[in-house]
Design a protein around this ligand. Structure first.
Ligand code: BES
Ligand code: MN
Ligand code: MN
Length: 459
């Protein structure tokens, strides 16, 4: 057994205990009541960086949640790797669907993880994955020291759009200068089929508020004679897709890259079963834009989804009412070369055009981010690929993921550096859902792969 594997084997219980401590902190960025937990989490991470000999460790204040930063500069002639991750997590609702408390991590066996998986909010997204890097640093330290310069930046607002991180990187361009950025916040195809993410979707997140009558009305007294904003909102939402499940917003597809038959065929050769895919989320058949496979629909094609819709009476029992207002939160996932600000404008124009003049429509923008694409030809990609091959005994497949990490495109624009997305999560990990978990073997293999990346990259 090599030294890296041996170190992991000897220290795995300690690694897990340390991760559990991190997972016990409810660092939910969407809710202001967790402000204190956010700070506790940032402080714990800073102490981990200090333990690994990082210099200039700081908790950098922002208008929102702080950014944890540390660096270890060995020699200016050596390359510099910047590691990025996030310590904030998604809210836990619906809490009643969790089989164990989200912030009391426990290990349970699953059919996919017979050796055990860690159940907790953030276990995979992204505390578990981000922590693999800190443990890789520990191994490097105990195995001859860092082979290159390393900087690390861990933010607390990824799940709410990274607005303050963008300001931070604009202000700290010099400090963050690097040759390559390394991120573990994505997934792989399955436990035995490693993959490296070379594409991420962008996004535009919007909110609609429709106002009909100036107050809630008796639905018998007025029903049938005045506009109901919830009925109208439903009609508008229904108009956003046509019968072929294409998005109807004029100009929406103008910049979308169309792939050649050759490239689509290559995507089709990734091991994937449509029916198993549907079954894994409890539906009969996958569905989406006509003429595309599920893999294509969730990677190289854009989509539009209502994330939440509300208004009127939603409490126990029934109340006969025509509400004054109706609301919806709508996100669009974007692909190269769509631009999120342009899509936001097109969306807004179209909604205003199709809405009845009998409602007042307010369209507002939450956040957005550009899609990302990188090549498999770089030295860093090849170093990562070789590291996966060493650990998983299979060459990783380059894939495009459906999720978004908006800051990755901004890294390229502002810092002029590319990112390698070394993810180890699985679709079945239930990120953002109840019972999020992360396989222990994914965690340990991830640590080994990341460590080996450094040796390959600096060889
Ligand atoms: N780690 C995810 C993104 C992800 C998940 C990428 C799976 C690829 C595969 C990240 O934490 C996330 O959830 N991002 C948000 C974006 C954000 C602006 C709220 C997303 O994709 O919804
Ligand atoms: Mn994440
Ligand atoms: Mn997430």
């Amino acid at each position: 057994m090599d030294k890296v594997k041996e170190y992991i084997e000897r220290n795995k219980n300690k690694f897990l205990e340390e991760l559990f401590e991190l997972l016990r902190i409810p660092s939910i960025s969407a809710k202001s009541e967790h402000k204190k937990d956010i700070i506790t989490c940032a402080e714990l991470l800073k102490s981990h960086l200090e333990k690994q000999g990082f210099n200039n460790c700081e908790i950098c204040k922002t208008k929102g949640n702080p950014i944890v930063y540390g660096e270890k500069i060995i020699d200016n002639k050596l390359p510099t790797v910047l590691v990025y991750g996030h310590y904030d997590v998604q809210p836990t609702d619906p809490i009643e669907l969790w089989n164990s408390a989200p912030f009391e991590p426990i290990i349970k066996k699953t059919s996919i993880h017979p050796e055990g998986a860690i159940f907790a909010r953030g276990a995979c997204d992204d505390k578990g994955q981000m922590f693999m890097h800190i443990k890789a640093f520990e191994i490097l330290n105990n195995n001859g020291g860092f082979p290159c310069n390393i900087k690390i930046m861990i933010e607390g607002e990824e799940e709410i759009g990274s607005d303050n991180l963008e300001i931070f990187i604009e202000k700290n361009k010099r400090k963050l200068e690097c040759d390559i950025i390394l991120v573990s916040d994505t997934g792989m195809i399955d436990k035995k089929t490693p993959s490296i993410t070379i594409g991420l979707r962008g996004m535009t997140y919007m909110e609609l508020e429709l106002t009909g009558p100036n107050r809630d009305l008796h639905s018998g007294h007025y029903g049938g004679s005045v506009i109901n904003p919830i009925n109208e909102l439903s009609r508008i939402i229904n108009l956003l897709h046509d019968n072929e499940k294409k998005i109807t917003i004029p100009g929406f597809y103008d910049e979308v890259i169309e792939y050649s038959d050759f490239e689509r065929k290559k995507m089709g050769s990734i091991p994937f079963s449509e029916i198993e895919y549907a079954k894994s989320v409890g539906i009969t058949n996958p569905s989406g834009e006509n003429g595309y496979t599920s893999i294509e629909r969730r990677s190289i094609r854009p989509c539009l989804d209502v994330n939440g819709i509300w208004g009127g009476y939603t409490e126990e029992g029934s109340k006969t009412v025509i509400p004054s207002k109706a609301y919806a939160k709508i996100s669009m996932r974007l692909v190269p070369n769509q631009r999120w600000k342009k899509i936001s404008q097109l969306f807004s124009n179209y909604i205003k055009k199709i809405a009845s003049p009998n409602v007042t429509v307010k369209v507002s923008e939450h956040h957005g981010g550009e899609p990302y694409l990188t090549s498999t030809e770089s030295k860093a990609y090849k170093s990562a690929s070789k590291a996966y091959e060493d650990v998983f005994k299979k060459e990783p497949i380059p894939t495009k993921d459906g999720g978004s990490i908006p800051i990755i495109a901004q890294f390229e624009k502002i810092l002029k550096s590319k990112t390698i997305l070394m993810g180890f999560g699985l679709d079945s990990d239930a990120i953002h859902s109840p019972n999020e978990h992360y396989g222990i073997s994914n965690f340990l293999n991830g640590i080994e792969t990341i460590t080996k990346f450094y040796y390959n990259y600096t060889k």
